[in-house]
Design a protein around this ligand. Structure first.
Ligand code: GAP
Length: 443
């Protein structure tokens, strides 16, 4: 993938937001009712891209390893979990209200604590109070205290509370990990920047349980491995950095955290945090639940509480970073060509099958080509408009290859493959097409 060559990064953001709506990546939610602030729906192309981001993560974190297993835990959860994890007490942001315009702000995000950025009022803020970010609801028909439930604000706790279940059922032993992808919910005070910070989002988290003396070594391993994942999927090194937290930034349980950051149009922003959480989580849940959450090592005849290394990434936020990094424009014969240079593994469609014309004679062969590839690859099929316009549309949604069936195909049994990044075209016999596509896609 080339580095982004778009001249102005403020317009890059606008261009990507516009493209997302126009081509069906991301729509503002509840638009026909005037919208619902900072919530988004993923359209026909976006749902594929998001799924591919999650699949790429699952492939690298679960499928390609024999020391990690998966989990899909409940989103609705009882207060006891969040009492033990510390979220009921600590998962708060300091909130101030402006007495003049009534707007609310996060105190820690204000440049000047004496001036309201909403109305310009001076010394109009209330005292800061802690605002808990968890969404609270009631399970069942009675809205009593006994029925209180929370939407999980992170997927991580599902892994800790299932530690014994997974240990016993999977017969893994430390070092081993539990991975999960799923929705999380936070009542953010200042959501914004498109899907960067939303109240409903998806996370991809791994809790990796290790013997205490191996914690530092695994922390370093996961920092390096996770950084490389983004590079391998096409984020240019100039737009990615690893930032270790300063001591005063560390969570109370963490002895080390580093963020993988992406250079967004407004500056560096976190894609993922890798934390050395020690034995905090298992110890907390063991204390609060009364259950033993430790590991008996038969080799040394000793019992210990594993330490946890946690690489915690955001799927929706990462999808946005891939979109921004892939967006490119170039001049082709006096016209601007917009192209998403997405890694083939992430591209929503791998291939578009395009009959040159809508004429009846080409359709059976075009459908045959589609039927050949569709069981193996996500394919688009487009018979509308002039071929040039159809190529442009596929470029804009990042399809790596277009396959054109033309009138010569009826004679020579071959089709034209057009490559997204170079626009180069080659002729390939249909008999060799499947192998050729896999060779070119690289998987
Ligand atoms: N279990 C640790 C944990 O949840 P986090 O840094 O709060 O750590 C992990 O969240 C990742 O989840 C972040 O790096 C970010 O990518 C994503 N994330 C967090 N809050 C988000 C939000 N409001 N909107 C979108 N993504 C979010």
């Amino acid at each position: 993938m080339s580095d982004v060559s778009v001249p102005n990064d403020v317009t890059l953001m606008e261009k990507v937001v516009n493209l997302s709506k126009r081509r069906g990546f991301v729509f503002p939610s509840a638009e026909i009712y005037g919208g619902f602030r900072s919530t988004y729906d993923y359209g026909p192309i976006g749902v594929q891209l998001l799924r591919n981001v999650k699949d790429a993560w699952w492939r690298s974190m679960v499928q390609m390893r024999d020391d990690v297993v998966g989990l899909d835990a409940a989103i609705l959860s009882p207060p006891a979990i969040w009492e033990a994890s510390g979220h009921l007490k600590n998962f708060t942001d300091p909130l101030v209200d402006c007495r003049q315009c009534r707007e609310r702000f996060r105190e820690d995000q204000l440049d000047d604590l004496t001036i309201c950025p909403g109305c310009g009022g001076k010394d109009t803020f209330t005292e800061a109070r802690n605002f808990n970010l968890m969404f609270k609801t009631h399970a069942g028909p009675v809205e009593s205290d006994a029925a209180v439930a929370y939407l999980r604000p992170e997927t991580a706790q599902g892994m800790f509370i299932n530690f014994s279940n997974v240990l016993q059922s999977s017969r893994k032993k430390p070092p081993f990990g539990i991975a999960q992808i799923g929705k999380s919910f936070r009542n953010e005070i200042t959501p914004g920047n498109f899907v960067f910070r939303t109240r409903e989002f998806e996370q991809m988290e791994l809790e990796f349980f290790v013997p205490p003396e191996e914690a530092l070594q695994w922390y370093e391993y996961w920092c390096a491995t996770r950084y490389q994942w983004y590079i391998d999927l096409g984020i240019p090194e100039s737009k990615l950095r690893m930032r270790p937290h300063d001591a005063d930034e560390l969570s109370h349980y963490s002895s080390g955290t580093s963020d993988v950051e992406f250079l967004f149009p407004w500056g560096w922003g976190e894609l993922e945090g890798i934390a050395n959480r020690g034995d905090y989580d298992l110890t907390q849940h063991a204390t609060h639940s009364g259950e033993k959450l430790d590991y008996f090592d038969q080799a040394t005849n000793s019992r210990y509480v594993p330490h946890v290394i946690e690489p915690a990434a955001g799927a929706t936020r990462t999808m946005m970073a891939f979109l921004l990094a892939a967006y490119d424009e170039e001049e082709v014969r006096g016209e601007t060509r917009t192209v998403l240079r997405l890694h083939p593994r992430l591209a929503p469609y791998k291939v578009a099958v395009l009959p040159l014309s809508k004429k009846e004679d080409l359709m059976p062969m075009a459908r045959e080509v589609l039927a050949l590839l569709q069981p193996h690859l996500m394919c688009d099929f487009d018979e509308t408009q002039a071929i040039g316009k159809r190529y442009r549309r596929q470029d804009e949604i990042g399809t790596p290859f277009c396959i054109t069936v033309d009138f010569d195909s009826l004679e020579d049994g071959a089709v034209t493959i057009r490559e997204r990044d170079t626009t180069e075209q080659v002729r390939v016999p249909i008999a060799d097409l499947s192998i050729e596509m896999f060779r070119r896609l690289g998987f």
